[in-house]
Design a protein around this ligand. Structure first.
Ligand SMILES: [Cu+2]
Length: 86
């Protein structure tokens, strides 16, 4: 019973990793597209760009949960709604 639970948790952890890993590039792409449609000199874009870059860096470093959070932060700045991968 306990062994089954441990295996289930281990399996969930393994599944959660790659799912999150795939999420960030998708969100970053949406943010870059949204920023691309706005005026380059826009204050919102200027503010969001470093946040998006930071999200990319976190993703590259394997910190996917933090990267998603950064993406949400950038989305809030840009006033866009992110479509999460289900
Ligand atoms: Cu990631």
């Amino acid at each position: 019973m306990l062994k089954a639970l441990v295996i289930a948790i281990a399996a969930l952890t393994l599944l959660a990793g790659p799912a999150m890993a795939g999420q960030c590039p998708l969100l970053i792409k949406q943010l870059n597209e949204a920023a691309g449609k706005m005026k380059a000199g826009d204050a919102m874009v200027a503010k969001a760009k470093p946040v998006i870059a930071e999200a990319q860096k976190l993703h590259d470093g394997g910190k996917h949960a933090d990267a998603v959070k950064k993406c949400e932060e950038a989305a809030k700045i840009l006033g866009v709604k992110l479509e999460m991968k289900k």
